[in-house]
Design a protein around this ligand. Structure first.
Ligand code: C2E
Ligand code: CA
Ligand code: CA
Length: 264
């Protein structure tokens, strides 16, 4: 217990320093269009290399940044980086390409998210239609009123809104009507066994059928095998990402991937 508390305290201090000294960097994981085959987007993933612990997974350090109230600071930096990365490669990307950024619930609080994003887009020249924000079901349910107002404003600006880890959080389907959403990301836990578990396959099929009638784009996450990809293609899933298609890579690797796409 004491060792755990001490480690947590050490990590908190290290993260405070990391924010000050910008020790974070980004990885980009490609998303592919399952009908046309090309790269159609990328999810931006936060990375931290600590001198003490090496590369720490975001599942470990993002919750601590949230508790410390530092996630908005890092999140703002990340959004700017994501826009800059998109803009530097824009000429080589499809006009429909979206750069997807994960939001933390904390970034909603205070009600300044839409205003901040409006400034960011106009400062950088980032087109709203090429930006996608990933939020979780839980985030929507924490402060429904603020979420409704914020998402409406973001949607009016033309920003795409995606539900991350769909099917794992608070599953009241009424929110699909209430919020102006564009994309559902099927959680990787349903994809893992989709080719040999009838229940997972039934859930994936149901999400695809529902999304088609609600006019939502579906992204499958965590695609690791050719069989999973074939299943999703056959069921007309729109987009997919996963180790089989492409692992998260740094900016240099991502730029190389974009070049390869053009050559292909
Ligand atoms: P997520 O948003 O669901 O991100 C997808 C995670 O799945 C990433 O892990 C990615 O590397 C991993 N992944 C991608 N393809 C595969 C695959 O085929 N198989 C398997 N097993 N895993 C795959 P990562 O980068 O460790 O991120 C974990 C979580 O940390 C993310 O889950 C997200 O909740 C959070 N996170 C990451 N970056 C950010 C960020 O910038 N802001 C916030 N608020 N949260 C972030
Ligand atoms: Ca995500
Ligand atoms: Ca996810």
């Amino acid at each position: 217990m004491n060792a755990e508390a001490a480690e947590r305290l050490a990590m908190e201090n290290a993260l405070r320093r990391a924010v000050e000294h910008q020790e974070f960097y980004l990885h980009y994981q490609p998303q592919f269009d399952l009908k046309l085959g090309g790269m159609i987007g990328a999810e931006v993933l936060l990375r931290w290399h600590s001198q003490e612990w090496g590369t720490v997974p975001p599942s470990r350090f993002v919750p601590i940044l949230e508790d410390l109230g530092l996630i908005s600071n890092v999140g703002e930096w990340l959004l700017r980086q994501a826009c800059d990365s998109y803009l530097s490669l824009r000429d080589q990307l499809s006009p429909d390409f979206v750069i997807a950024v994960n939001l933390s619930g904390r970034q909603f609080k205070g009600g300044m998210l839409a205003t901040n994003l409006r400034h960011l887009l106009s400062e950088t020249g980032m087109p709203a239609r090429n930006l996608e924000l990933e939020i979780t079901e839980t985030m929507l349910m924490e402060d429904t009123e603020l979420a409704t107002l914020t998402l409406r404003e973001l949607s009016q600006m033309g920003i795409n809104l995606a539900i991350d880890d769909f099917g794992t959080g608070y599953s009241s389907l009424s929110y699909l009507k209430q919020f102006p959403l564009n994309v559902l990301k099927i959680d990787s836990s349903f994809i893992r066994d989709v080719t040999h578990d009838q229940e997972d396959a039934a859930i994936v099929d149901a999400i695809l059928a529902m999304s088609a009638s609600l006019n939502l784009t579906v992204v499958a996450e965590g695609v690791e095998t050719a069989e999973q990809l074939a299943y999703l293609q056959q069921r007309h899933c729109h987009r997919a990402q996963g180790y089989y298609l492409g692992r998260p890579v740094d900016k240099v690797g991502f730029t190389e991937l974009v070049k390869q796409q053009i050559r292909a």
